[in-house]
Design a protein around this ligand. Structure first.
Ligand SMILES: [Zn+2]
Length: 237
């Protein structure tokens, strides 16, 4: 039976003479691995649909538990993401994290929406680190590892001065309790705004530091290295 779903390409690898295997994130069915036959031939009709970051409505044909993409209609290819190497890696970091945090047959509607929003911002060219950091914050919450940037959870007092981030609990705490790794005030300020849903948080030092912290946190929680994200962090300014 055919399956129709909006999906975002998280990963694509070559196989055979002219084929690709794609991993597509969908809302209802989570991650779907599917083959795309002949798409590496020049002029192939579905060539666009196996590109990284392609967001499209896919039709998957299923046979013996294996999926093949038989049709696709484009929503957005986010082609401007390729205009700079740092934006490309930032977007690759988003899809890499979405890949690790999603499963087959596990609904992922909210994760898909957050990932597409992050790619839209990166494609718009105005945001880099801030868009990825906000996505990581949302993705961590959806995966069950929320970050808390409120009062110190150990002693209950508001946090001023130096602060610490506890990788195990995902919470900031004060300089007297000092559980975890030191974190800068700009990191805390960015995450506090972003956690409250404030998308006006600016690019810059706070966003990049928050991105670095969130990457370390997600690596700790999932035991995954996230190489594309690492590359993005070293390229983003
Ligand atoms: Zn404290």
């Amino acid at each position: 039976m055919d399956l129709k779903a909006d999906g975002l390409v998280l990963r694509a690898t070559d196989y055979g003479e002219n084929d690709k295997m794609v991993t597509v994130l969908t809302a209802e069915h989570g991650k779907i691995g599917a083959s795309m036959r002949g798409v590496r031939k020049a002029g192939a009709k579905l060539r666009f649909a196996c590109q990284p970051f392609c967001f499209a409505e896919y039709v998957f044909a299923e046979k013996n538990g294996r999926y093949t993409v038989v049709q696709a209609s484009l929503h957005d290819g986010f082609y401007d993401i390729r205009n700079s190497i740092e934006t490309f890696y930032a977007a690759a970091g988003v899809t890499e994290v979405a890949d690790v945090l999603s499963r087959e047959e596990m609904p992922a509607g909210a994760l898909l929406v957050c990932a597409v929003e992050a790619l839209e911002r990166l494609d718009g060219g105005k945001e880099g680190a801030a868009a990825v950091a906000r996505f990581l914050l949302q993705a961590a919450t959806l995966a069950g590892y929320p970050v808390t940037a409120g009062d110190c959870p150990v002693c209950g007092r508001p946090i001023a001065g130096r602060r610490y981030f506890d990788m195990a609990s995902g919470a900031f705490n004060c300089s007297e309790c000092a559980v975890g790794v030191p974190a800068s005030p700009s990191t805390y300020a960015f995450l506090r705004k972003a956690a409250a849903g404030d998308v006006s948080a600016e690019e810059g030092d706070g966003a990049l530091r928050a991105l670095r912290l969130l990457k370390t946190y997600l690596s700790y929680q999932t035991d995954t290295p996230f190489p594309a994200l690492e590359q993005a962090i070293s390229l983003l300014k």
